[in-house]
Design a protein around this ligand. Sequence first.
Ligand code: SF4
Length: 196
Amino acid sequence: MVSPTSEQETNPEVSSGKTDQKDFVYDSKVEGNIIFTRVDSAINWMRKNSLWPMPMGLACCAIELMATASARFDISRFGAEVMRFSPRQADVMIVSGTVTYKMALAVKRVWDQMPEPKWCIAMGACASSGGMYRSYATLQGIDRLIPVDVYISGCPPRPEALIEGLLRLQREIDKEESTKGLKAEPKEEVVKGLAI
Ligand code: SF4
């Protein structure tokens, strides 16, 4: 036989088998403090709003990249103000400028040192397609070496264009499966060709 607890002895409702219904009533105040979402959505939300750029400034477009970080345009409004010069702390490479063959493999090396998930923005005509430099010395687009997520047109693109590109990248990240951030590696022959 179970002896009554001290609460049952003092509270006739408890001792008679009734419980305090107020303990189990749905509390509508909780609603505002709980969010239901998918893990993918939560992870992507965190990722897209805290992009840390690796500024790969190679030519004149880099001046516009720097201007984007200045007070007038203030890239921190989009959570991407933490420019990192260590690839291991960066997750979005912004290639801004002419990519010469001499520099191309250095860009690739820095890209390889960035941890997954990572993204790339090709800022300006030169980074996207070689621009006006259709010459033996210039890589005709950084996408020949690394996978590009967003291309920004212009010579140079204004800071607003970079911000638009960043917002576009954020929309793309939002659609990703958070655990599948793997990029296609560039073709081996392209890398070998550049190494010659
Ligand atoms: S796209 Fe124009 S501004 Fe940008 S690096 Fe090339 S030449 Fe310079």
